[in-house]
Design a protein around this ligand. Sequence first.
Ligand SMILES: NC(=O)c1ccc[n+]([C@@H]2O[C@H](COP(=O)([O-])OP(=O)(O)OC[C@H]3O[C@@H](n4cnc5c(N)ncnc54)[C@H](O)[C@@H]3O)[C@@H](O)[C@H]2O)c1
Length: 251
Amino acid sequence: MEMQSLKQRRFEARTAIVTGAARGIGRGIAQRLAEEGCRIACWDNDVSSLESGDGSFAALVQDVDLADARAVEAAFAATLESFGHVDIVVNNAGINGPVVPIEDYPVDAWNRVLAVDLNSVFHTCRLAVPHMRARGAGRIVNVASIVGKEGHPNICAYSAAKAGVIGLTKSIARELAGTGVTVNGIAPAITETDLFREMTEEHIEASKARIPMGRFLTVPEIAAMVAWIASDECSFTTGFTFDLSGGRATY
Ligand SMILES: NC(=O)c1ccc[n+]([C@@H]2O[C@H](COP(=O)([O-])OP(=O)(O)OC[C@H]3O[C@@H](n4cnc5c(N)ncnc54)[C@H](O)[C@@H]3O)[C@@H](O)[C@H]2O)c1
């Protein structure tokens, strides 16, 4: 079935913050929401592609380091000033960090991965939650990873941060149950992005072999799931992290 034909206009008059929207998965999510009528604030610490390339889907571009709580406060204030309100927050920005055994893992790298992948979600949620609660509506979608559920060797900080995102999602969801605000996550498996250019053919084939569907996840598939979770249609699920694993996660 052609995915294009399933697109709707679910986000007319809605606004969303998408973090890490300058490229990759975040860009795909931002474009999908915009195609369905949403006004998008793209938050990223490398906004050059949005300003120079095709950033037409971005109603607002914020150059912000999400690891910096004060910078996030300033970006949230600027977004509110521009949009008036925020309906949706997609916490997508993330970094991988080094690929080394734990005994070789640099402390600075550990702190940076936790700051960008986990603390950033706290920084945005602590601002978005009171705003959404007061409005009696809102959708928060946190991008975790299948690695946060299963663990993965040699990327201990990334695995821990993504497991932390899943726990944070559950906790905030419980705080907000019954308010009209839902908080959910997604746990994608390895996805066909620019990341592949950095990988060896062996690594790509080994990764594919672990996916029962025998192919990789694509950015439009992630964007479609996020759009549904962020829509009014996803109304009775909160605190859950949805897998996108091609049949790998069956627990
Ligand atoms: N690509 C995959 O296979 C995969 C699988 C599972 C989960 N994920 C998760 O999906 C999310 C997006 O991944 P991607 O593959 O699109 O990555 P990417 O590197 O292509 O894009 C990440 C974006 O986040 C931005 N960013 C990084 N650090 C930032 C910071 N401190 N402040 C603001 N912006 C920052 C980058 O500039 C970039 O635009 C990440 O959280 C990643 O962990 C990716």
